[in-house]
Design a protein around this ligand. Structure first.
Ligand code: IMP
Ligand code: MG
Length: 184
C-alpha cells in the first residue's frame, strides 16, 4: 500500500464568507459603471470559480451578462511568469460595440490582462473593464489598472478558489497560501 503524499498546509487568507460579501460589493460597483450589452469574459483557468460566483452576484444586482471564456497562458507549471502571453483558446463572440468585463484571478505583472485588454480593444469593444479577485500591487511590469479589485494580495503565492500551484488546490473554497512558499 502506498503512503499518502505529504501536502503542505494551506493557510486561510480570505474565507468563503468574506469572499461572498466582497463579490456582492463588487457587483454593486460594476452595475454603477452602467455597462451596456455586457459581455463577461473569464480569463481561464484561474478565474473560473470567481467568475461563477461573480456572475450570480451580477444577476442579483439586475445585470444579465453574456459569458465567454478566454484561455491565456503565461505561467504554465512554474511559479514565475514566463513574460510571454499566448491565446490557447479564444472567445467565440464578436465583441464589437460591446462593453466587456474581463475577469481574472490575479493582477500581478499585468502582462496577462494588458494583453487581453489590448486584444479586445483592437477587436472593437466599446469599453473593456477589468475585474480581478486579487491585486499584487508591487509586482507591476506593464501599465494597467484594474477597474474593480476584490482584495489587495500580500506577497504570497496563493491557491484555492480556482487558483492553483502545479494544477493543485483549485477546489479549495477559500483563498489560501502556502506559508513556506514565497511568490518568486
Ligand atoms: P501577470 O499579471 O501577467 O503577471 O499574471 C497574473 C497571472 O499569474 C494570474 O492570472 C495567475 O494565473 C498567475 N498568478 C500570479 N500569482 C499567482 C499566485 O500567487 N497563485 C496562483 N497564480 C498566480
Ligand atoms: Mg491566470
Amino acid at each position: 500500500m502506498s503512503e499518502a503524499k505529504p501536502r503542505p498546509d494551506v493557510q486561510v487568507l480570505f474565507d468563503p464568507a468574506t469572499i461572498a460579501t466582497r463579490n456582492h460589493e463588487l457587483a454593486q460597483e460594476i452595475v454603477a459603471a452602467r455597462p451596456e450589452k455586457l459581455l463577461v469574459i473569464a480569463v481561464l483557468k484561474g478565474s473560473f470559480v470567481f467568475a461563477a460566483d461573480l456572475i450570480r452576484a451580477l444577476h442579483d444586482v439586475g445585470l444579465a451578462p453574456e459569458v465567454e471564456f478566454l484561455t491565456l497562458s503565461s505561467y504554465r507549471d512554474a511559479r514565475a511568469s514566463s513574460g510571454q502571453v499566448a491565446v490557447l483558446r479564444d472567445v467565440e463572440t464578436d465583441v464589437r460595440g460591446r462593453d466587456v468585463l474581463l475577469i481574472d484571478d490575479i493582477l500581478e505583472s499585468g502582462r496577462t490582462l494588458a494583453f487581453a485588454k489590448d486584444l479586445l480593444a483592437a477587436r472593437g469593444a466599446r469599453r473593456v473593464l477589468v475585474c480581478v479577485l486579487l491585486e499584487k500591487s508591487n509586482k507591476r511590469a506593464v501599465q494597467i489598472t484594474a477597474d474593480f479589485v476584490g482584495f489587495a494580495c500580500p506577497d504570497y503565492f496563493v491557491v484555492g478558489y480556482g487558483m492553483d500551484v502545479a494544477h493543485a488546490f483549485r477546489q479549495l473554497p477559500f483563498i489560501g497560501y502556502i506559508p513556506e512558499a514565497t511568490a518568486d
